[in-house]
Design a protein around this ligand. Structure first.
Ligand code: ADE
Length: 253
């Protein structure tokens, strides 16, 4: 997968993506990343890319021409009209399976990052294929959402996480949350690692982990349970947890 990001802050993208697992995935050629500076396509000597909104109001609007110029440069480089994702709180909410389908379908993916009050509608109409949000909150720009999407998509690329699990993204982790994890030491702050994990009995460990997944999902994300593939016994376990309505996992705000 080749990621292309149209942005006013290319260094933010490069610095954010060149570390840790993403950095290694780029280095090893599982994914590639090119950030294009929209400012390089400003047609004035001050490199200005924004102006006041027609009709008045607060803030500035990113102008159509430099955005279009940056898009055309990417299009020319790859030789075809790519899928272009505009990151905006007005978009459909991103989810894993959508990322997985894009990964299977596209060789190149262009992210358009807005800033200020937004981007001139006319260029959006011409180049954007998908309007995508990462959640119901408003950020100052599209760079973090683009990085969130690139991270979530890249981890589905076989090899990036040392896995071959490329077909597993039609659901969110099989619609069950992961079991808890433990590492050394065996006792920390007087808390013992669950005995079964020290037993070396793989079948029992798997059974415990699966139960923990069901319990966690019931407690923390009961909305996922409907879509999870549970045995009758697991369903009963989930129902008991739901009936207990135990813990809230966020503090009241
Ligand atoms: N730009 C600003 N806020 C955003 C959000 N929540 N999702 C995607 N793009 C955004």
């Amino acid at each position: 997968m080749h990621f292309h990001v149209l942005t006013l802050f290319p260094e933010m993208i490069e610095q954010g993506m060149n570390t840790s697992i993403m950095g290694r995935a780029i280095e090893r050629g599982y994914i590639s990343l090119k950030a294009t500076d929209i400012r390089d396509y400003a047609a004035n000597k001050h490199n200005k890319v924004d102006d006041t909104p027609y009709g008045g109001g607060a803030g500035m609007v990113m102008q159509a021409a430099p955005v279009y110029g940056a898009y055309e440069a990417v299009k020319e480089q790859i030789g075809y009209r790519p899928r272009v994702i505009y990151l905006t709180p007005q978009g459909s909410t991103f989810f894993t399976a959508y990322g997985g389908r894009i990964l299977q379908k596209e060789q190149d993916l262009v992210f358009l990052c807005g800033h200020y009050e937004g981007i001139d509608e006319r260029v959006l109409e011409e180049i954007v294929t998908d309007y995508v949000s990462i959640g119901d909150y408003v950020l100052t720009g599209g760079e973090l959402p683009a990085m969130v999407m690139m991270d979530a998509i890249s981890r589905l690329v076989p090899g990036v996480l040392h896995n071959e699990a490329s077909a597993e993204f039609e659901s969110f982790q099989g619609n069950l949350l992961e079991h808890p994890h433990y590492s050394r030491p065996e006792v920390w702050h007087e808390k013992r690692v669950p005995e079964v994990l020290l037993s070396g009995h793989h079948a029992n460990i798997e059974k415990w982990r699966r139960e923990q997944s069901v319990i966690r999902t019931a407690e923390r994300r009961p909305d996922l349970l409907e879509k999870a593939d549970l045995s009758a016994k697991e369903k009963a376990l989930a129902d008991r947890c739901l009936a207990e309505k135990k813990l809230a996992f966020t503090q009241e705000v």
